[in-house]
Design a protein around this ligand. Sequence first.
Ligand code: ZN
Ligand code: ZN
Length: 334
Amino acid sequence: MSQDKNKIIGNTLVVETLQQMAKNGQVAHSILLAGPEKIGRTTIALQFAAMLNCEDTESSKKPCEQCRTCRLIMNKNHPDVIHLVPGNVLCRGEGGHESHPNSRDIRICQIRGVIETVSRYPFEAPWRVIIIEPAEHLGRESANALLKTLEEPPEHTVFILISATPHSLPETIVSRCRQVTCSLVNPKIIEQELLLRDIPPELASKATKAANKRPGEAIKFCHHPDLIETRNMKLENCKNIIAAGNTDRFQYASELANNWRKDRSMVYEELEIWSSFWEENLLQTARTENLTHPTIHASLTGLKAVDNAKNNLDALVMPRLCLELMLLQFPALN
Ligand SMILES: [Zn+2]
Ligand SMILES: [Zn+2]
């Protein structure tokens, strides 16, 4: 399925909007690409960079995905298309600055690197594209420094800010951006695409179900079918925790909080499982029962508790507190 790895599954309207923008040459200097994780946001941003810079003058379909520029961009090897993520990318720390390959935030030293790059260095492609991901991990200092550049954008430079939580970004940044919103993808579309990529039907169906409307997840499950089983076991574990009393719930919250110190993404993944758990309860009940059924209300309460926990963790509230609160807010299921 590798030849299709750059094909975007779903979100056709978003792609068309960007195609139109590239075609008309009326390109916004800063774009806020909003939407949940694992649905192809980075690929969409790279494709947009390729639409702007594709060398093929004949073809009506851009990007052509064949020319040298398109290939370099899609493989993240083009010098004028920069993907700024947490870590050491473009770090311009001064004397005594410790390197930070595993940092969680996009730091001010990296924004200095961006500013230096866009203001000093010439570029070859028609458009320079700076993709900043995830934008919600710009610290306040970084956001302020970036804002100055967004206010006086250099010629032929586009900033694409990718964010799952656009509401958490400073209003001053958001108001500078043209917002384009990507959505979760209809499972039917995901399954169809997997079948087109020669995934065996049984695996395509299981992977789609487990992916919870996220094409990126579905593709991951096709590559690693064993992860589907792991996910099912985790869902079973959610069920047990909900059936257990407060002692077990606190024990679990404390384990999660300890994991937070070692690997935050693991905790976010666990919260994703909880969202799926409540969503599946909600859908199953809605299919067979009246909308006043108590499980419907319970599932919505559960979903809200997970969302609150995610927002609080993003806002750096004490992790143990956020997680305990979430576990306490989870209702019992009959
Ligand atoms: Zn091309
Ligand atoms: Zn640095």
